[in-house]
Design a protein around this ligand. Structure first.
Ligand code: F6P
Length: 320
């Protein structure tokens, strides 16, 4: 394979730039050309792309966002959109494609592979950590660390005023950001879409923690379960402690990627190009039990994300 395309798609995630760099540099190492496609599948359909050189990816390993920019492209879900995308690839003699994105982006890659025989490799880039086949997605670690910075600050002021803070984090339908941020920030309670909450039990746990000498409480709410604002209102009707709500929002999508995300980006990007170089397409790369893996894209997108109940129980045991 002599020429490949590269795009980032869906919500951006810290580490996407580092992965772009790894793809471009690995391809050049193997004597392949890379075309950077702008604005995800929208750019592929509209034919906006540029050749990428060694220096095109200088000074981006540490930057959040994505140099190629990104979009959520509904047209890619249609046959018409897919045909236009294939035409663009043919026009430029692009033989394989690397797609950095989440579940929705992988569905576009799957369509190109399944319906048109274009070898594609998916790199999981999303803060949500909502893909079952990989233990971690690119950007998740940084996003959780950003949430921790916010929660640490909230703890200071909540302690001073003896309040309860309800903090909303992202994750779409997945509770992993709330779960990991909850455990590692010392939050007393997390609310996730995977588990129904019981207000009486929550109030009992708060009262018990106060009786045990705590001066504040942190409740991390995943956006897929309920908004912080609505939950705070419900809670305030059931407690005499003062409740405040905060939505971290898009702050958790930006920022310089952590070491863990930069390392994943280097390994995922490198592996993706090695597969294409060997003529292997229709795969996604990931990490499982600390090893970089690849898997059939159709199998990967059909897997249902499992919630880690053991971690949830751990939080309940150690957080009071
Ligand atoms: O998939 C990443 C994500 O940040 C989700 O956690 C969130 O639900 C969604 O994207 C927000 O999308 P947008 O940036 O389009 O508002």
């Amino acid at each position: 394979m002599k020429r490949i395309g590269l795009l980032t798609s869906g919500g951006d995630a810290p580490g996407m730039n580092a992965a772009i760099r790894a793809v471009v540099r690995t391809a050049i190492y193997f004597g392949m050309e890379v075309y950077g496609i702008e604005r995800g599948y929208a750019g592929l359909i509209e034919d906006t792309m540029m050749p990428m050189e060694m220096r095109s990816v200088s000074d981006i390993v540490q930057r959040g966002g994505t140099k190629l920019r990104t979009a959520r492209c509904l047209e890619m879900l249609t046959q018409d959109g897919q045909k236009k995308a294939v035409k663009t690839l043919e026009r430029h003699g692009i033989e394989g494609l690397v797609v950095i994105g989440g579940d929705g982006s992988f569905r576009g890659a799957k369509a190109l592979t399944e319906n048109y025989g274009i070898p594609t490799i998916g790199i999981p880039g999303t803060i949500d950590n909502d893909l079952e086949y990989t233990d971690y997605t690119l950007g998740f670690d940084t996003a959780v660390n950003t949430c921790l910075e916010v929660i640490n600050k909230l703890r200071d002021t909540m302690n001073s005023h003896e309040r309860i803070s309800v903090v909303e984090v992202m994750g779409r339908h997945c509770g992993d950001i709330a779960l990991y941020a909850g455990i590692t920030s010392g939050a007393e309670i997390i609310i996730v879409p995977e588990i129904a909450y019981d207000m009486d039990d929550i109030v009992m746990r708060i009262n018990r923690s106060r009786a045990n000498g705590k001066h504040s409480n942190i409740i991390v709410v995943a956006e897929g379960a309920i908004s912080a604002e609505d939950f705070a209102k419900q809670l305030q009707e059931n407690t005499t402690y003062s409740v405040r709500s905060t939505n971290i929002g898009h702050i958790q999508r930006g920022g310089s990627p952590s070491m863990a995300d930069r390392m994943l980006a280097a390994q995922f990007g490198n592996k993706a190009v090695r597969l294409l170089k060997d003529g292997i397409g229709n795969r996604v790369v990931g990490i499982h039990r600390n090893e970089i893996i690849d898997m059939d894209i159709i199998e990967a997108v059909s897997m249902k994300k499992k919630f880690n109940y053991e971690l949830y129980e751990t939080l309940q045991m150690i957080s009071m």
